[in-house]
Design a protein around this ligand. Structure first.
Ligand SMILES: [Fe+2]
Length: 355
């Protein structure tokens, strides 16, 4: 299978994976043949890419972080949390559902592959808050698992991250969704979501204080320039340091109403460039080992003009996967060529190209 942009996919191609929306509902089944009506609908719903069948890439494995079922459970939990808070119940949140959701997510991740090549197969326009909290939690849990956290610690971290932005329910929506730059006063108001969130969470005695600190500290930066308290280095709780990386990477790779998503490698470069200033360097080396920048099946163009697809990951070299090449420029090669880019320092990926 391979990824193909919904702008370029041709009628008659067969889906290799189901297309799922944020609520975990299957919109199109795997094996279905794409018609022009389906393709139009996918574009309209904001799906940028789909996995299609391709005999030349039969052997590729794609590891999706969460099962559709777990995603559906997470969706219901986040929705119900938000409506509990919005209806004024902040003291007795139904944390048991949150706990069970995180437990299922941990189970999925513990049994899934070592390197997550696709955080999510969902790319529609709907429901940013939901995507963001669930995907950030997945990333945070991957970092926690890779750091050797015990299950109780993973549970604490995951619950904290899933609820890290609950304070945004207390920030006026016109500020949160403002498509133009914020005034200094508006930014001060946004910053308070960390304090509001901590306030809500610490009223719930069943939730540990460490988990509540994720809401308070996810905007702190390693060099002390973050908010709300300007904490520095190890003054920031380790959960806060994990959440900072996961939160920023997820936000950059998601599309918003007012800007397109960054390519994963652009987000990755941003994160790496901010090692030691915004982020804890140790956390980033763990991140680089477990999150794929170019996912398996992704189409890429190399610095020598050749074009093909990513077939496998190199642990520790997230920007240098194995690739299978089919084209030299626009011309099809007679035989595909494979490179392990970790062994070809002069060759590099210049562009994602899902034609
Ligand atoms: Fe936040």
């Amino acid at each position: 299978m391979r990824l193909v942009s919904t702008r370029y996919v041709k009628e008659g191609a067969f889906l290799a994976r189901p297309v799922i929306n944020a609520a975990g509902q299957i919109l199109l089944q795997a094996d279905i043949m794409l018609t022009s009506a389906y393709i139009e609908r996918l574009q309209r719903l904001g799906f940028d890419v789909v996995f299609i069948k391709d005999d030349r890439l039969d052997d590729i494995e794609v590891h999706i972080a969460l099962s559709a079922q777990t995603r559906e459970v997470a969706y219901r939990t986040v929705n119900s949390l938000m409506s509990q808070i919005e209806s004024g119940n902040t003291k007795e949140l139904e944390l048991e559902f949150v706990r069970l959701t995180i437990q299922e997510m941990i189970n999925d991740l513990l049994y899934s592959h070592d390197i997550i090549t696709n955080l999510s197969e969902i790319q529609g326009f709907d429901d940013y808050t939901f995507h963001h909290s669930v995907n950030t939690t997945v990333l945070g849990l991957i970092l926690g698992i890779a750091s050797g956290y015990s299950e109780p610690k993973l549970l604490e971290l995951g619950m904290g991250i899933l609820m890290h932005d609950v304070g945004k329910t207390k920030v006026p929506a016109q500020i949160l969704n403002k498509p133009t730059p914020l005034t200094p006063e508006e930014f001060e108001e946004i910053k308070k979501h960390t304090l509001y969130g901590f306030d809500i969470l610490r009223q719930n005695r069943d939730l540990s204080l460490a988990a509540a600190h994720v809401a308070l500290q996810h905007q702190e930066k390693w060099d002390g320039t973050g908010y709300p308290r300007g904490l520095k280095g190890s003054q920031i709780h380790e959960y806060g340091r994990v959440a900072a990386v996961a939160d920023v990477y997820e936000a950059l790779t998601s599309k918003r109403i007012y800007r397109p998503a960054l390519q994963p490698y652009q987000a990755y470069e941003y994160i790496i460039a901010n090692s030691g200033t915004h982020f804890e360097p140790r956390m980033l080396s763990i991140f680089a080992k477990h999150v794929a920048v170019y996912s398996n099946g992704c189409g890429v163009r190399l610095s020598n003009g050749q074009r093909g697809n990513v077939i496998k990951q190199n642990k520790s070299f997230p920007t240098r996967p194995y690739v299978r090449i089919f084209y030299q420029g626009e011309e099809a090669l007679r035989m595909p060529i494979e490179y392990n880019l970790a062994e070809h320092p002069a060759l590099f990926i210049v562009e994602v190209d899902n034609r």
